[in-house]
Design a protein around this ligand. Sequence first.
Ligand code: ADP
Ligand code: ASP
Ligand code: MG
Length: 402
Amino acid sequence: MLIVQKFGGTSVGDLDRIKNVANIVKKTKNEGNDVVVVVSAMAGETNKLIDYASYFSKTPPQREMDLLVSSGERVTSALLSIALQSMGMDAIALTGRQAGIKTTKDHTKARIMDINPGKMQKHLKEGKIVIVAGFQGISEEGDVTTLGRGGSDLTAVAIAGALKAHKCEIYTDVDGIYTTDPRIEPKAKKINMITYDEMLELASLGAKVMQSRSVELAKKLEVDIEVKSSFNPEIKGTLITKETPEMEKVLVSGIALDKNQARVSIFGVEDRPGISAEIFSKLADKNINVDMIIQNVGKDNKANLTFTVPETELELTKKVLGEYEQKAEAMEYDRDIAKVSIVGVGMKSHSGVAATAFKTLADENINILMISTSEIKISMIIDEKYGELAVRSLHKAYNLDK
Ligand code: ADP
Ligand code: ASP
Ligand code: MG
């Protein structure tokens, strides 16, 4: 079998942990499998490098940022290869470029365009364990790019797809996907199997256990993923796979919390055709990810517009929308918000799920600032300080601890 194994930051957090990873990989290889390993940077390393840059600039040049942060993954790939070779295993470490990962030139959030697997296949054929530095690729211009935070998950899924691997295992510091972040609610339960769509919602709504783009790609390529713990590799993890008719449709499968959003409100902007197009085109041109847009019915030819953006893109948003400080009656920015979301495919066919959510928050005296829903999710923006309380109350209200 060809197996792709990805190890996240905590799993390679220090030298002993890298040794532990080397043992897992060695065991897999010795069982007769071909193995491609994708590694993250050591825990905290990417943040440290970003902090270094912020010493010099609030908006550092993105090309150089990619060169900077991609180094973290190179360190671990080389160390793991050295560790494996010291154990008598044949291994080779590759950068994203060497692994043939071609991306767009959108620095800090590049998309994978194509993977040329020739080099990886050649080394596998020679019996080597191939270790790839996650999170990175190369643009047409030959510049190093990165794939967005958590991007090593995407590297692993893309490689599994390109090599038609039999299995893609994502090793992390929890032993699977839980009904909510077990660090917030210790009563959270491990889920045995979850659909791509549910995982995609959970991930894009803040459950950082899987990068959302990696789940999107897994769905597209039909790569089955098992999320499991590098600390307890024998324990079966969670399978992320496609929805089948036999699958039990749970009403609510999980709760996610995202504290990394910021609210932008534009009050009293001109109410005429094209105003939203104008504002959101400006943001799109800068590649800013806008979420949860709310516009109410206008009055006296004035409208109010509220939306959220990732906190990390708030400075850029302020810059892009600077002109509306004059053009609108008022503008407001709020970093202290949290988005709490309920996800479940069963919602499609059940009513009352939203009412339960609103009642639960009301009982805790938590005010809801914004609401948005889709077929399989309900999201609410609340004051950041109540984020964890909201998650725990909702977890209980939907009996997820049972
Ligand atoms: P890695 O470094 O391995 O990529 P991450 O830190 O990106 O790991 O993701 C793992 C973390 O995701 C867990 O430690 C957990 O706190 C968090 N998490 C959030 N939501 C969930 C969830 N529903 N199930 C499991 N873990 C979750
Ligand atoms: N090291 C990168 C990050 O922290 C990528 C990853 O770990 O997946 O975002
Ligand atoms: Mg991660």
